[in-house]
Write a protein that binds this ligand. Structure first.
Ligand code: ATP
Ligand code: MG
Length: 234
């Protein structure tokens, strides 16, 4: 049984329908990418999974439970961690205090310690007393991911982690996400940046206008010029 099953979800903001029957699965330990241009529904898919914008139709099942319509805090407690695209760190709090906040609402049973988080993100340890507001974009992204890990998720939803970061910083982040994968964490990665996700993903789904138009492995996608040209900016 898949860890996450998204089954034919339809999601709208008021009268404006954005998702039209999106379905995919994530098995334990897998990294699954949602790729596509601006406004195709990647973030809305994540918000639907998380219960922030609940789907009007369809189902989200996580770890054998139907979590459709659950409030976001309950979905988080069930083990899904969400890193939204707008890196919501607390600017007045230190790196360490930002991490500590991630501990609240923690799923019970073991999980990431401060030590393990600093092992994954050594750069954060060096700046642990610095205020969140003065961090660089890359540091803020690491901090947001680290804070979410403190809640001990089994599945991590990462929304456009590479957005707005310089190439070297993106490469550093890619290596850290690879380490997260190696630790056994399951990840859903939404990205416009195909090169960021190709080496990380087990499977990719290309979205357009609220639907999945192509699903395949990185090898299947890289070899498919037609799909690349049609749905992605490469
Ligand atoms: N709060 C909202 N209210 C109304 N419409 C919204 C809202 N948020 C997003 N939309 C619309 O829903 C569609 C899908 O947006 P979404 O943010 O899911 O796309 P995305 O693939 O994440 O894009 P991006 O790459 O820009 O992050 C877009 O047309 C967008 O304008
Ligand atoms: Mg988005």
């Amino acid at each position: 049984m898949a860890l996450l099953e998204v089954a034919a979800i339809h999601t709208a903001y008021g009268l404006s329908q954005v998702l039209f029957g999106v379905s995919f699965e994530v098995n334990a330990g897998e990294v699954v990418a949602l790729v596509g241009r601006n406004g195709v529904g990647k973030s809305t898919t994540m918000r639907s999974i998380m219960g922030l914008t609940p789907p009007a139709r369809g189902h989200v099942r996580f770890d054998g439970q139907d979590v459709t319509g659950w409030p976001a805090y309950r979905v988080a407690r069930a083990g899904i961690g969400f890193v939204p695209e707008d890196r919501r760190i607390f600017p007045e709090l230190s790196v360490w205090e930002n991490l500590d906040i991630g501990r609240r609402g923690k799923r019970s049973g073991g999980g990431w310690s401060e030590r393990q988080v600093f092992e994954l993100f050594p750069d954060l340890e060096a700046i642990r007393s610095r205020r969140g507001g003065v961090l660089s974009g890359g540091q803020q992204q690491m901090l947001t991911i680290a804070r979410t890990l403190m809640g001990n998720p089994r599945l991590l939803l990462l929304d456009e982690p590479s957005e707005g970061l310089a190439p070297l910083v993106v490469e550093n982040l890619r290596q850290q996400v690879a380490k997260l994968k190696a630790s056994g964490l399951s990840i859903v990665l939404a990205e416009q940046n195909l090169s960021f996700v190709l080496s990380l993903s087990d499977r990719l789904h290309i979205m357009e206008k609220g639907e999945i138009k192509f699903s395949g492995t990185p090898a299947e996608l890289s070899g498919n010029r037609k799909v690349l040209d049609r749905y992605l900016t490469v």
